[in-house]
Write a protein that binds this ligand. Structure first.
Ligand code: MN
Ligand code: MN
Length: 285
């Protein structure tokens, strides 16, 4: 029988009712501080994902071993960040209310705030694992409190002190780091300390947010604010697998791919492979 032309992320074409993990895209980049373009990431990743195999030799498991559903992109208002965030919150809340895990593909990093608001409503004891080159702890960026440079500061207002664990951080204003002392657990440069963090998080509901610029720009140049000195693909893959297998992840996202800044397409392939590995690891839960 012929099928409708509906493009999903690789292997994410099960029925909604049977899927435990539900993807959705938030093609939004209105507050990007340097180079915009992350709005094109989710569509580029769906297309590029078909260059990947379903099978992960790292985990000896296939993407289709568990039912996954891709609910498509949300149509977002570019000129109104608050409205866009609320639309993202509503989609994530819908998925959570059905007992499923929302998996958000950005977009710039601000989109995380909508999904975290939904997750915190359902899980008041929410904790956050944050991988990024940037601390994202500014109170405002050029006067705007809703900016991708402020997203973890806004998340801190929701979850409170000691609940955000950052890794890979190597950039930020001095005042961000000073403000974060005693409030946010910031691990600089790499994933040292992740094992202890996962022990501390045992049994707690965790939202996992992955800003792909945590990777070194030599691996991942296709992003709006590239920051030299980042981690390798394999270091990120291992860290994510550990988080997805050991933590009680209740929501996750992958943000800040800006596909047009890497004409080779390699950055998009990196993003897709990271998502494949996360989905496979999460589906073991
Ligand atoms: Mn970020
Ligand atoms: Mn970043």
């Amino acid at each position: 029988m012929l099928k409708k032309n509906v493009e999903t992320f690789l292997g994410c074409d099960a029925e909604y009712t049977e899927a435990k993990i539900v993807l959705f895209g938030a093609p939004f980049d209105s507050t990007t501080s340097f180079r915009p373009g992350a709005r094109f990431a989710s569509a580029a990743m769906r297309r590029e994902s078909y260059g990947l195999e379903l099978y992960s030799p790292y985990q000896d498991r296939e993407l289709t071993d568990a039912p996954l559903f891709d609910s498509g992109d949300i149509e977002l208002c570019f000129g109104d960040s608050a409205r866009a965030l609320d639309d993202i919150r509503v989609r994530a809340a819908h998925i959570l209310a059905d007992g499923k895990l929302p998996f958000l593909i950005g977009g710039e990093h601000l989109v995380t705030l909508g999904a975290v608001r939904a997750a915190a409503e359902r899980y008041p004891d929410l904790h956050i694992l944050h991988f990024d080159a940037h601390a994202d702890l500014r109170d405002d960026y050029l006067g705007a409190p809703l900016s991708h440079a402020c997203v973890l500061r806004r998340c801190h207002e929701i979850v409170g002190d000691g609940r955000i664990f950052q890794f890979g951080i190597r950039s930020g204003d001095k005042s961000e780091f000073e403000w974060g002392k005693g409030k946010v657990r910031t691990h600089l440069f790499d994933f040292a300390g992740l094992d202890e963090a996962l022990c501390a998080l045992e049994g707690k509901p965790v939202y996992l947010t992955v800003d792909l610029d945590v990777l070194d720009p030599s691996v991942f140049p296709g992003t709006g604010t590239p920051e030299p000195g980042g981690v390798s693909f394999d270091a990120l893959r291992r860290a994510l697998q550990a988080c997805c297998e050991r933590a009680r992840i209740v929501g996750a996202d992958v943000v800040e791919l800006s596909p047009h800044y890497d004409a080779s397409g390699a950055s998009t392939a990196v993003a897709c492979k990271i998502v494949r590995e996360m989905l496979i690891a999460l589906s073991k839960q």
